[in-house]
Design a protein around this ligand. Structure first.
Ligand code: C5P
Length: 220
């Protein structure tokens, strides 16, 4: 089996790198942040409390699919729901760390993630993949970068998508989420003892991929 765990704070480049590794090694890419974002989205759109949310999540089958070269989180229900940009809204982003700190929500989503990782070769990114979801992953990486650099990357993404937001707002959001994610009691954002830490500040995407490939030992 080949399972690659990638953890790190917001804007550290996890998803960009994970997508490239998924292609190179033929792995299924699982964006666990999108699953927590979906929980926050459900709470907002269906006006649920935590008990209702947990019950609703238990009933759902969440998968990931590619359509027109883009990855979507897909919820299999009566009609399959394809979600992407909805999960990146300011409202969802503001709520997600609170939802992700709920023990029952984490239990349901962690079980789903563990199941996917037991049945597929995966590259999974998140905050607790190397510590909780796949503690026995073949490879574990922890990506980091300075707060300023991470905020710059996220700001650039927003501007390219035409979202109206200031650099200061992006920086504050990242800072606040990282604090909540690192301080929560259950499965906090943390480097696994056996994860390889990469400081991506000042590195290009190719640089980071090369470092990871050297570690995996399959340089193409
Ligand atoms: O990766 P992304 O920034 O989209 O994640 C959104 C939020 O989901 C994080 O800020 C964190 O609160 C939560 N999360 C988590 N555990 C994971 C992945 C994401 O708590 N494995």
């Amino acid at each position: 089996m080949l399972r690659i765990a990638i953890d790190g704070p917001a804007g550290s480049g996890k998803s960009t790198i994970a997508k490239i590794l998924a292609k190179k090694y033929g792995l299924l890419y699982i964006d666990t942040g999108a699953m927590y974002r979906f929980a926050a989205y459900l709470m907002l759109t269906e006006n649920m409390d935590f008990n209702e949310l947990v019950e609703s999540l238990k009933e759902k089958e969440i998968t990931f699919e590619y359509k027109d070269g883009e990855q979507y989180l897909v919820v299999k229900d009566e009609i399959a729901l394809y979600l992407k940009d909805e999960l990146r809204s300011v409202e969802v982003t503001n709520l997600v760390s609170k939802v992700a700190s709920n023990k029952e929500v984490r239990a349901v989503l962690t079980d789903m993630q563990k199941k996917i990782a037991s049945e597929n070769n995966v590259v999974m990114d998140g905050r607790d993949i190397g510590t909780v979801v796949i503690p026995d992953a073949e490879f574990k990486f922890f990506l980091n970068a300075t707060l300023n650099e991470r905020a710059k990357r996220r700001y650039k993404d927003f501007i390219e998508k035409g979202v109206e937001i200031t650099f200061e707002e992006v920086l504050e959001d990242i800072k606040k989420r990282d604090e909540m994610d690192a301080k929560r009691d259950v499965a906090p954002l943390k480097k696994a003892d056996d994860a390889i830490e990469i400081d991506t500040t000042g590195l290009t995407i190719d640089d980071v991929v090369s470092i990871i490939e050297r570690n995996i030992g399959k340089v193409h």
